[in-house]
Design a protein. Structure first.
Length: 93
């Protein structure tokens, strides 16, 4: 299964949290955890924007009176890339 967060992203957050929990939760440890969470927040917001954009485009393509199956497939393929953390190669017109 593919997830919105890659395994390495989750591991980075868990490592920072674990280091703080097992350590003394120093200012540096908490700052690192906050940094990891803020960075992940940006990434997740970008992914959510991409998903919302793709849903809108897919809905439009699917209900278009001149529905083009190739366009619908292209949108679905790009949506899959969002979940697999790949960058779209071609954006359908």
């Amino acid at each position: 299964a593919r997830f919105i967060m890659a395994e390495w992203e989750t591991e980075a957050i868990l490592k920072s949290a674990h280091d703080c929990h097992e350590g003394e939760c120093t200012i540096d440890e908490v700052s690192e955890l906050i940094y990891e969470l803020e960075e992940q927040k940006k990434v997740l917001n970008d992914r959510l924007d991409a998903i919302m954009n793709m849903v809108s485009k897919l809905q439009k393509a699917n209900t278009d009176q001149k529905r083009n199956t190739d366009d619908v497939r292209a949108y679905v393929k790009d949506l899959l890339r969002v979940f697999s953390h790949e960058h779209p190669i071609v954006m359908p017109a």
